[in-house]
Design a protein around this ligand. Sequence first.
Ligand code: ATP
Ligand code: MG
Length: 362
Amino acid sequence: MTPQPRLEIRNITRCFNGRAVVDDVSLKVMPGQVTCLLGPSGCGKSTTLRIIAGVDMQDSGEIYIDGNLICDTVYRVPPERRSVGLMFQDFALFPHLSVAENVAFGLVGARAQKRARVEELLTRVDLIGYIDAFPHQLSGGEQQRVALARALAPRPRIMLMDEPFSGLDNRLRDEIRDDTLSVLKEEGAAVLLVTHEPDEAMRMADEIALMRGGRIVQQGAPYNLYNAPVDRAAAAFFSDINVINGKVHGLLTETPFGRFLTPAIPDGSDVDIIIRPQHIRIDLDRNGRGPSPTEENGVAARAHVHRARFMGNESLVEFRMEADGTVLKATVPAVFLPKPGTPMWLMIRRDRCFVFPSVQPT
Ligand SMILES: Nc1ncnc2c1ncn2[C@@H]1O[C@H](COP(=O)(O)OP(=O)(O)OP(=O)(O)O)[C@@H](O)[C@H]1O
Ligand SMILES: [Mg+2]
């Protein structure tokens, strides 16, 4: 028997002024799992979350929690009875309440029980020492952790988080993300986290739902989206990409890197062969000769260094291809800064290429 999703939405559509901002979106989140709704600004992420929270209403589609219908276009469980915790970017703590009172805000029951839950959560987010402090005495990151404790206090079955870390500086954000993730996992809630940052989704998610123009275009484990993107835009969402253009002849496409088998694409079509900068291999020029072809890397192509920059963890080298003048980017771990004009040979890892019929990039 397949396990029951904690949260399931089916065919949710929401229109504003005749435009479907959320367009037939279906999604499942399992208990204890983090699903990231990832996509560019305006693609409908927050609208989807607001519908699940019950503060907005879909035009069609259904929402289920633990297999029970909680909302369709006729029947509707009110937001406060959905067992949903919310954490939004502009999470505000109540300034006139102490940390303990903020966390206890949504709790019902005996005083001692409430106190025990507050202490448990503040210990977990490492703020027990601030239990009687007021929000203005805390840093941004500490306030964020109190907000997390407050959202988790009533033991919601589902946590909906909308860009909750975007107000924090980079270093603090990484730390808070990791802390938040471990607290969420311990609590066992199903988490739907909205972000427009691929790094954040990669770091947090068990599963990513990639959204574009109101639709989910791909859903799966982070490594699946990274290693098997559905199209060029999905590939480009996670890193810089290089695009090598070609035209299909028979079952093959000819490129400066040798022939590619492209059997699924009609004869005569233009194709984009996509390779991420870290999957380009660089070799030295030996009196005009390069490395021999291999099955893994195909044929090497000669190129000249156009520009090289050190980026901290890696170096980014841009090459101009001798064959057609196009520029390809390669990243190399550590410091590698060859002089502009230096001839080198590039190879691309065949198992890391994605081949798609050409489309104009949007
Ligand atoms: N109440 C509303 N009335 C009219 N249009 C709306 C309303 N709410 C959202 N929209 C439109 O719906 C689209 C999607 O908005 P939404 O807030 O869901 O995007 P998002 O993916 O969360 O973007 P961001 O990453 O910028 O937060 C936008 O074009 C927005 O202008
Ligand atoms: Mg939004």
